[in-house]
Write a protein that binds this ligand. Structure first.
Ligand code: HEM
Length: 541
């Protein structure tokens, strides 16, 4: 085949959105009148009086020499950012923090183009090496085309024929197969627990099953729950995310780029290993590509390169950039789902009445004679409300990936210069007293209207996938995947708290925050196996 892989075609451009890490950058953050839990709809920015010139960004809490406000962040960065409210300066990087649903919507949707850049952080370039749609591309026509191609590839799989089941599409077939495998793996683990067994740590089987979905999606492969190569890829990915999320000193102090810390060196080494795994898979696909048999997202992306011909869009996006999108999807598509499911199980054992209501909905709408499907989701409003409440209450992606301004812009009367780094505080919106009344209470019913339907106006206010131009590409798929995993587990099993175990809902800050480790006790709801789960997919390697 004639497909060639090469480096990105260009750097720089008219719509460049990059922070240069320069100390001249004005320090700004946007205060919320009424405090961090101010009433919903109240903007964190006071509008400038009519006809008045935009206000320059004000100064924030006193920054320390050299480190700025970095030491004031503590271990719960999202909470500190909410509390500090005012301008923050992290080392040499100045950051505007946006809070409040209305202000975030104004910035990301109404003035979306101006806030759609990504800052030029060192960790971003270490992860992405210039080819990533998520981290390293400047906002502009090439990026817009890239995101479109990426969406198209995901859609191709949601329309592709399943290979060996009654699923509606290949995507659903992968998810149902792994969800079934998860039930089997949990049963096996609990049984291996010895006398008094049925107790297990759900983290490992969850990680393997969800990672297998993304592997199947991206590379058409699944791995055994005990496969060492696979487990090591999963471990390395987790480690990269952990170091990445910890906020690397090199992002805030350019000098550390030249004198890397041990954790930075470790991260770069891990990324090299991960990229090696991806690269091997991509090369195998390029070698065995058959346009009449699209196996997965990598094939769908290769097909797009083939279709566009050698020169079309060539000046904007290289084939390498397009095909490497699979790396963005691989990286984004499993840790977020794993965390969501870990939180879901924790809430289910902490609130058994909620679990009982989901069991009831499963019995009424799915029963025991078939496996749960994507199409069941809209018929099960309480289960959907539960997932929204998990997203809201746990707020486990507290800040989006950092944005940056692509142009000088005035937001609600405040002037923000081009190339300013912008943090979007999703946690603050999800815990805004004015919006939710009792934000700290876990109450899925809040999303149900009096006639028992999902209150769509309220569910829209839950912020976990970002919004606007940089909104998560996989949000629709993520919700479907979590729904099928959850209902498949609960169709077969009852989950319980282990006696004497304290259930802690706090978490350490990270890009994706995981709950602290916990055990669950499981018991079977179905006598025997009335309906086998769809395990061990027929195409598995
Ligand atoms: C519950 C699961 C998930 C959550 C909570 C989540 C959340 C997010 C968030 C907060 C962002 C950043 C938005 C911003 O910068 O403003 C993002 C971006 C992204 N997500 Fe997800 N995500 C999830 C699952 C997925 C899945 C399954 C995929 C792929 C199949 C995916 C693909 C992406 C991509 C490619 C981006 C980058 C978009 C861009 O830069 O324009 N995500 N996600």
């Amino acid at each position: 085949m004639r497909l060639r892989l090469q480096g990105p075609p260009h750097a720089g451009g008219p719509l460049c959105g990059r922070v240069r890490g320069s100390p001249w950058l004005c320090v700004s953050s946007l205060p919320t009148p009424g405090g961090p839990q101010g009433p919903e709809g109240s903007s964190p920015l006071a509008p400038a009086p009519a006809g008045a010139a935009p206000r320059p960004a004000t100064s924030g809490p006193t920054p320390w020499p050299l480190v700025g406000n970095l030491l004031q962040m503590g271990s719960q960065t999202h909470l500190s950012l909410t509390r500090l409210r005012l301008p923050v300066r992290l080392g040499s990087l100045t950051v505007v923090v946006l809070s409040g649903y209305t202000t975030i919507r104004q910035a990301l949707v109404r003035q979306g183009q101006a806030f759609a850049g990504r800052p030029d952080l060192f960790t971003f370039s270490a992860v992405a090496d210039g080819t990533s749609m998520t981290f390293s591309e400047e906002y502009g026509p090439a990026w817009t085309l890239h995101k479109k191609l990426c969406k198209h590839a995901l859609r191709t799989l949601s329309r592709a024929e399943p290979r060996g089941s009654e699923a509606s599409c290949l995507l659903e077939e992968h998810v149902c197969a792994e969800a079934g495998g998860l039930v089997d793996a949990m049963r096996a683990r609990a049984a291996a627990g010895g006398p008094g067994g049925q107790v297990l740590d759900p983290a490992r089987p969850l990680v393997t099953s969800v990672a297998n979905v993304v592997c199947a999606l991206c590379f058409g492969k699944r791995y055994d729950h005990e496969d060492e190569e696979f487990l090591s890829v999963v471990r390395v990915n987790n480690e990269v995310l952990r170091i990445f999320a910890a906020g690397n000193l090199a992002d805030f102090f350019p000098v550390f780029r030249y004198f890397p810390s041990p954790s930075l060196r470790r991260m770069v080494e891990h990324i090299r290993r991960l990229n090696g795994f991806m690269e091997r898979n991509i090369q195998e696909h390029v070698a065995s590509f058959d346009k009449n048999s699209i196996r997965d997202i990598t094939d769908a992306l290769i097909a797009q390169c083939e279709e566009r011909g050698e020169d079309q869009h060539g000046s904007m996006l290289s084939n390498t950039q397009i095909i490497h999108t699979v790396i963005d999807i691989f990286g984004a598509g499993f840790d977020t789902i794993i965390a969501g499911l870990q939180w879901s199980l924790l809430y289910l054992i902490k609130f058994p009445d909620t679990q009982a209501r989901i069991h009831q909905e499963i019995d009424e709408h799915i029963g025991s004679a078939r496996v749960p499907r994507f199409a069941d989701k809209p018929k099960m409003p309480f289960t959907e409300a539960f997932l929204y409440e998990v997203f809201r209450h746990a707020s486990y992606v507290p800040l989006t990936i950092p944005h940056c301004t692509t142009t000088n812009i005035t937001l609600n009367g405040y002037f923000i210069p081009k190339d300013t780094c912008v943090f979007i505080n999703q946690h603050q919106v999800n815990h805004d007293k004015g919006l939710w009344g009792d934000p700290d209470v876990f109450r899925p019913e809040r999303f149900m209207d009096p006639s028992g339907r999902l209150d769509k106006e309220l569910t829209e206010k839950v912020l976990i996938f970002g919004m606007g131009k940089r909104r998560c590409l996989g949000d629709g798929f993520a919700r479907l995947e979590m729904f099928v995993f959850l209902t498949t587990l609960l169709r077969d099993l009852r989950l319980q708290k282990v006696p004497g175990q304290e259930l802690d809902l706090s978490a350490e800050f990270g890009l994706t925050m995981k709950p602290r480790p916990y055990l669950i006790s499981i018991s079977s709801r179905l006598r025997g196996r009335l309906c086998p789960t769809v395990s061990a997919a027929p195409w598995s390697s």
